[in-house]
Design a binder for this molecule. Structure first.
Ligand code: T68
Length: 845
């Protein structure tokens, strides 16, 4: 082993100076001051909150790094199978609070008269200084972050691989009711990443394929020429909860390959163009594409994908080769999970490495490849399924295109053998779409190159088997397709976001063990009638709402009453998620209030409608929806007839840290996608776990949430996914009569009630004239009725609280720990690495 090779005297010197982490409040203070004075070169006289955040992070980081190093050593020594999670997005949010809680040492920093308090800072304010790491769009990226938390917490030997974007998802500002995008430069000061300038990979693009014959008469292909870009590793420690295990997230950053300058150009006086070359290289990892559930086929995006996949595979293969095992053992040592089709080129790249560089036979290599990969699908929306044009791949990755064609040839030959003469089937399942230009269907490539394909909720996994991937079920059999219902980490989404609720639950269950085994939540159902418990429960919700009300006041100037019903829809803005239906419903409520007499108005239940979410910058309709919400807000919030009965707010720049504020403050949240369109949804789980109820369609994970918590505890409405196709068909044949209540809403908009109606014409024509693809009109009546049911339910606060407590107690299933265990057992075939069994000290020599 590594340690055995170090001579005894040196080993002694190292061991004598073994670094240890702070152990008590005094130790924390001392570490904090040392970082202020040395690392940051400041003093008590110029230590502001930003510096306090930096020093506090560095103190905790020291602790984290020690465990991180030990975990990596332990995994190297154990040499067991690892899982690699390839995701173009990791939506991590803030790290400091999470690190303090997972390490279990937040108490040391926050005790009164000690820690930060003693040094003159409030821990809440210090935590707020941190900039979110927002390297993702929405659910897919946040899922990856929850998975990393669970993998570390459950002691799985696991790595995440992603891109180190210089700019994450844009910052959203709302100016005059419109979304404006501002770049998110987040790397100014980031203590949570470690540049590994010694871990680099050269990545090739363009060029040509040279074929030759070797001494045995075998044809060998070599990819030559083109240009090279350097990938530099940046490592981020991922602490597990209540375990020393600290895993690694490796993010790649692009740099020009030939050092600082292209010296040839430099010497020949072409300084400008050598700088331009450098900038071109750095462009690859410069920016996260801000589209969710939409593919746009941009060359730079394909370059990002290959750059990241090639660097990651090189790293994984390099680690495997160090063990000197035979290639056929690769799938026993390595599992690679593809988070959507974005990393599908990894399949082609591994086949290229094995065949072109390592000289394996095609079939042997392909067997290794397919046993290594698993593919997770996150959508059935046709506009979101990735396709890359053949000419583009030919240009950028000429050898990969040949390999894709060979994969397709051998696949289609096997289909032809099993289903002779079925030409239509061959055309339907071909990885190459015979369009103009030809396109590579990445999902098909991912299916053919993986041993398991999973959806992310039961309905979604059924839908992919019966619709978009139907033919592949016929070809590969049903066992290749499976379901792993999504989950969320209760550490961030309960303990960190809602510490008072977490502590109240612990007071009833005896410990915080439910954070490790979420099914233990069921113990609180025994306390559902305990008056003191119920009272504290309600007080916590009210305090969370007051905190959000304060934020609303500070950011929008709108004053809301914390005792009103808070109705929340926060998620990416998308027609299929139907924020437009929500705002139409709000308008309908406004019209009802306006039409009521002063006496009748007293019967309305005060409500606050809260929206948040980003629109993709080029998604015109989504931007129009944001504008209408803001326009309705400015009318409704200033209408004396309405007063506190209705307030409408749009919270700008929804992100992970805002979610931690908003979710615990919700009474009812909206998960109202057209049935069959939302693969799972994960915020639905977060809201219920925080004692909020939900209104939702029979879609995604809403269905399983209903099964777990009981249908009395959820407000379901609307058409079912089986009905969607027929309804759409009907619309196209002119059988579309608009819901009369929706007609009233459209009339109000068109009268100019919310400003120039032309600004909102697109939203109206989509429903009225263009087939109402998302069935807003079909579901509108049932949506309004259900909101009336919600008003009545909320009036009965005792029953409402019973519903909330009961729901929380039954949410155990939706932890990402359960989810990760299902992947580990059903797809990756890996086991946790026991923490005690292999302490590095005991492994010596
Ligand atoms: C989401 N997908 C699903 N995609 O919409 C959601 N897409 O139902 C599900 O709960 C979640 O994944 C986790 O499984 C996304 O968030 C994207 O963000 C995305 C990004 C780039 C390209 C395509």
């Amino acid at each position: 082993g590594v340690e055995a090779s170090i001579p005894e005297p040196q080993r002694e010197a190292w061991l004598k100076h073994q670094v240890s982490a702070f152990k008590d409040k005094d130790g924390f203070e001392s570490s904090f001051v040392r970082h202020i004075e040395t690392t940051l070169a400041r003093s008590m006289f110029n230590c502001d909150e930003t510096a306090a955040y930096a020093a506090c992070s560095l103190a905790f980081r020291d602790r984290l790094i020690l465990e991180w190093n030990r975990t990596q050593q332990r995994q190297t020594f154990a040499d067991s199978k690892r899982v690699y999670y390839l995701s173009l997005e990791f939506l991590m949010g803030r790290a400091l609070d999470n690190a303090m809680l997972n390490i279990g040492q937040k108490e040391l920093a926050k005790a009164s008269e000690a820690g930060l308090d003693n040094l003159g800072f409030r821990i809440e304010d210090v935590i707020q200084q941190e900039h979110d790491a927002a390297l993702g769009n929405g659910g897919l990226g946040r899922l990856a972050a929850c998975f990393l938390d669970s993998l570390a917490s459950l002691n799985y030997p696991a790595w995440g691989y992603g891109l180190r974007y210089r700019y994450g998802i844009f910052k959203q500002e709302i100016i005059d009711g419109y979304q404006v995008e501002v770049p998110d430069y987040w790397l100014d000061f980031n203590p949570w990443e470690f540049p590994r300038h010694d871990v680099t990979v050269d990545i090739q693009f363009y060029g040509y394929v040279h074929k030759s014959t070797d001494e045995n008469g075998k044809t060998v292909a070599r990819w030559e020429g083109g240009e090279t870009v350097k990938a530099v590793a940046y490592d981020v420690p991922i602490p597990g909860y209540a375990t020393p295990s600290t895993n690694n997230l490796r993010l790649w950053s692009s740099k020009a390959a030939s050092g600082e300058f292209d010296f040839q150009k430099f010497n020949s006086g072409d300084y400008e163009s050598s700088v331009a070359d450098q900038q071109r290289a750095e462009t690859i990892s410069a920016v996260l594409y801000p589209n969710d559930n939409l593919e746009r086929g941009k060359e730079l995006r394909l370059k990002q994908q290959y750059f990241w996949v090639a660097a990651s595979l090189y790293d994984i293969v390099r680690r495997f080769k160090k063990t000197r095992r035979a290639w056929k053992e690769f799938p026993d040592q390595v599992a690679i999970q593809l988070n959507d089709t974005h990393p599908t080129l990894a399949i082609v790249e591994l086949q290229r490495i094995l065949v072109d560089l390592e000289g394996l036979e095609w079939d042997e290599a392909w067997n290794i490849v397919t046993n290594t990969f698993g593919y997770t699908n996150h959508t059935v929306l046709p506009e979101a399924l990735e396709k890359w044009s053949v000419p583009l791949i030919q240009h950028l990755l000429p050898r990969h295109l040949q390999i894709v064609y060979d994969i397709n040839l051998f696949f289609l030959q096997s289909v032809e053998r099993a289903h002779p003469g079925d030409r239509d089937l061959l055309a339907r399942v071909s990885i190459i779409e015979e369009s103009q230009p030809k396109m590579v269907r990445m999902a098909y490539l991912a299916i053919v190159g993986s041993h398991k394909v999973n959806g992310v909720a039961e309905l979604h996994s059924d839908l992919i088997k019966t619709t978009i991937f139907k033919d592949f079920v016929t070809i590969f059999g049903p066992d290749k397709f499976t379901n792993v219902t999504n989950g969320i980490t209760p550490r961030r989404w309960l303990h960190q976001a809602n510490p008072r609720l977490s502590d109240l639950i612990a007071s009833k269950t005896g410990t915080h063990d439910f954070l490790k085994d979420l099914t233990l939540l069921n113990k609180i159902e025994l306390s559902v009638d305990d008056p003191a418990f119920r009272k504290e429960w309600a007080a916590i919700k009210l305090a969370n709402k007051a905190k959000l009300a304060e934020h609303i006041k500070n950011t929008t100037d709108v004053v809301v009453d914390p005792s009103a019903l808070f109705d929340v829809q926060v998620k990416r803005i998308h027609e299929y998620k139907r924020q437009q239906m929500n705002i139409f419903g709000v308008i309908h409520r406004y019209l009802r209030i306006k039409a009521a007499s002063p006496e009748e108005r007293k019967k309305f239940l005060p409500r606050v409608s809260i929206f948040g979410g980003k629109a993709a910058p080029g998604y015109w309709m989504a931007k129009q929806i944001i504008h209408l919400i803001n326009a309705v807000g400015s009318v409704v919030n200033n209408d004396k007839d309405v007063g506190n009965l209705l307030k409408v707010v749009f919270l700008e720049d929804y992100n992970v840290s805002k979610a931690e504020l908003i979710i615990p403050a919700s009474d009812i949240s909206e998960h109202i996608s057209t049935a069959g369109t939302e693969a799972s949804g994960t915020s639905n789980m977060k809201f219920v776990l925080n004692g909020g109820l939900i209104i939702g369609t029979c879609d995604g994970a809403n269905i399983e949430i209903t099964r777990e918590i009981g249908e009395n505890n959820i407000f379901l409405f609307g058409n079912l996914s089986e009905e969607v196709e027929d309804l759409r068909h009907g619309h196209n044949y002119g059988l579309h009569t608009l819901d009369p209540e929706l007609v009233q809403v459209f009339e109000a908009i068109e009268k100019g009630t919310f400003g120039d109606s032309k600004d909102f014409a697109g939203m109206i024509t989509a429903v009225r004239d263009h087939g109402d693809y998302y069935l807003v009109s079909d579901d509108f009546h049932s949506y309004l009725e259900t909101h009336d049911v919600i008003d009545e339910a909320y009036r009965n606060q005792e029953d409402w609280i019973t519903k909330c407590i009961t729901s929380v107690s039954r949410m155990g299933f939706f932890t990402s720990d359960r989810c990760i265990n299902e992947y580990a057992e059903g797809i990756w075939n890996i086991e946790p690495l026991p923490v005690e069994s292999a302490e590095p000290e005991k492994i010596e020599a």
